[in-house]
Design a protein around this ligand. Structure first.
Ligand SMILES: *[C@@H]1O[C@H](CO)[C@@H](O)[C@H](O)[C@H]1NC(C)=O
Ligand SMILES: *[C@@H]1O[C@H](CO)[C@@H](O)[C@H](O)[C@H]1NC(C)=O
Ligand SMILES: *[C@@H]1O[C@H](CO)[C@@H](O)[C@H](O)[C@H]1NC(C)=O
Ligand SMILES: *[C@@H]1O[C@H](CO)[C@@H](O)[C@H](O)[C@H]1NC(C)=O
Ligand SMILES: *[C@@H]1O[C@H](CO)[C@@H](O)[C@H](O)[C@H]1NC(C)=O
Length: 472
């Protein structure tokens, strides 16, 4: 058996000897391209003088490998050429970018480059520079697998259609570049090796191209925080490997396509802040792996889909501000993994299903600003567990029928006591900005008193105070 230390040494060996072997071996044209890239982008150093042999003594952010390293034949001979395989700009210890940094199209002509990062690099508003690629002929030889252009507020231009020629790409991130605008090129569907595509937080507009359905290997798709419009393409249902889909904060309209039901690997689905309307596709209960369903602020309307109760792994369900009416489905009480339920700012009516109180992992429940009624079904343990993370305010019909429940809770839930313990006798209540117990109960005297007691008011004493002043 080989001791671990020896195995480690052996595995390091090729790297340790390669600088010497490669001393004379870096391709002249490749080195020249690298120098031009460094001069366009990075700080004020004279890279030619300070690093005449870049791969011989690589600096942070630069990685070189001998030719054929990918083919498993790193020791093919002392003459193996070294090639630039990774360039990482922007954040220390990597080379930082100079104030006048310009996007270097020639970087795509480095024939062995596999990974390229520009993070927090083009930041000077007085020196905007366009995201530009060289002619397609220069790109066709590229073996780039990972391209990440992130957090560059001074980078302008569009997502170049010629990106579609970078067929080796597995990870493409063009994110947080507020000046990058225009449409998503349909040709992006040709990048069939893509595993992750992140175009979030730019200023992209136009439709989500249906060709995205060709990206069969995609595991993560994030187009959030742009101005994309039109419908979610039906072909999205072809992305069978997809685990994370985030289309939130765009201008998408139409419905949630029923093909979404075929995304059975999905764990995270976010569609908040769009113009999506209509019913959830019934097949949504087939998304057995879904853990996060985040879909606030869409004009969905209609009843809450009880099918969602059939999602066994669901941890967060957020459907606030979406015009839902009718009752909270009993089936939501089956969501045993649920930690967060946000249904505030809808038009929900009826009682709070008692089954919700048996969800032992719940720690955040917001049902505020609906038209719910009846007695709150939660016991003292539930109320204590959620504390300030429970918000029932702004439901004029809700009440607490047993004040002993809230003994020691210390935090109000925005609901008053039921009159005489009957579910039908319903006080009106009002939101308190502090989240502490506060009710108007139609009597300005009560609300004045409770308002004075303020956030320090322990629920129990609030109820005593309330009862003393109650007109019945
Ligand atoms: C494109 O390729 C041509 C021919 O090899 C070369 O002269 C030119 O510099 C390349 N352009 C870029 C931007 O890399
Ligand atoms: C969505 O579209 C409306 C009307 O076309 C427009 O006023 C609004 O700014 C757009 N919102 C976004 C986030 O692009
Ligand atoms: C899901 O995929 C199957 C097989 O491709 C297809 O027959 C079915 O119509 C799809 N379901 C939806 C709702 O699109
Ligand atoms: C509730 O319904 C009323 C009338 O049906 C509507 O005007 C109001 O905007 C709705 N509220 C919410 C939060 O959807
Ligand atoms: C519940 O939602 C309302 C309205 O969006 C918000 O103001 C409030 O802070 C939320 N409460 C909790 C406890 O999260």
């Amino acid at each position: 058996m080989v001791p671990a230390s020896v195995a480690l040494l052996l595995s390091l060996l090729p790297m340790a000897v390669s600088p010497a072997a490669a001393a004379a071996a870096m391709d002249t044209a490749e080195r020249e391209t690298l120098f031009r890239v460094m001069e366009a982008v990075s700080s004020d150093r004279d890279w030619r003088v300070e690093s005449p042999d870049p791969c011989g003594a690589p600096w942070p952010g630069l990685e070189c490998k001998p030719a054929g390293a990918g083919g498993g034949d790193a020791n093919a001979g002392a003459a193996a050429r070294m090639h630039v395989t990774r360039l990482d700009f922007g954040v220390e210890p990597n080379p930082t970018c100079k104030d006048t940094a310009a996007f270097p199209p020639e970087v795509f002509s480095l024939p062995h480059l596999q990974s390229l990062f520009f993070v927090d690099c083009f930041t000077n508003p007085a020196a905007t520079t366009a995201l530009a690629l060289p002619a397609p002929a220069n790109l066709s030889a590229s073996g780039l697998q990972q391209l990440s252009i992130r957090a560059n507020p001074a980078l302008s231009g569009t997502v170049p259609p010629a990106l579609a020629t970078l067929r080796s790409l597995q990870v493409l991130t063009i994110s947080q570049n507020a000046l990058v605008r225009g449409g998503i090129p349909p040709g992006i569907g040709d990048l069939t090796s893509l595993v992750r595509l992140d175009l979030s937080y730019n200023s992209l507009s136009g439709p989500v191209p249906s060709q995205i359905g060709q990206l069969k290997s995609l595991v993560g798709l994030d187009l959030s925080y742009n101005s994309l419009s039109g419908a979610i393409p039906r072909r999205i249902g072809e992305l069978r490997q997809l685990q994370k889909l985030d289309l939130s904060s765009n201008n998408l309209t139409g419905g949630v396509p029923d093909t979404v039901a075929n995304l059975t690997s999905l764990t995270f689905l976010a569609l908040s802040n769009n113009g999506l309307a209509g019913r959830f596709p019934p097949g949504i209960s087939g998304l057995r792996n879904l853990q996060y369903l985040i879909m606030d602020n869409n004009p969905m309307g209609g009843p809450l889909p009880s099918e969602l109760g059939g999602l066994p792994r669901l941890q967060e369900l957020r459907l606030a501000g979406s015009g839902y009416s009718g009752p909270i489905p009993e089936a939501f009480g089956q969501l045993s993994s649920l930690t967060t339920l946000s249904l505030q700012d809808n038009n929900l009516t009826g009682p709070i299903p008692a089954a919700l109180s048996r969800l032992g992992r719940m720690y955040h429940l917001n049902l505020s600003n609906n038209a719910l009624g009846g007695a709150v079904p939660f016991d003292g343990a539930f109320l204590r567990r959620l504390g300030g993370n429970l918000d029932l305010s702004g439901n004029s019909g809700l009440c607490l029928d047993d004040r002993s429940k809230v003994r020691g809770v210390g935090v109000g839930v925005g609901v008053g006591a039921c009159r005489g313990g009957g579910d039908g006798d319903i006080p009106s209540s009002a939101r308190s900005s502090s989240g502490s117990l506060m009710t108007t109960r139609g009597s300005s005297q009560d609300s004045l008193l409770l308002g004075l007691l303020g956030p320090a008011c322990v629920a129990l004493s609030c109820f005593f105070a309330l009862n003393e002043h109650a007109p019945y």
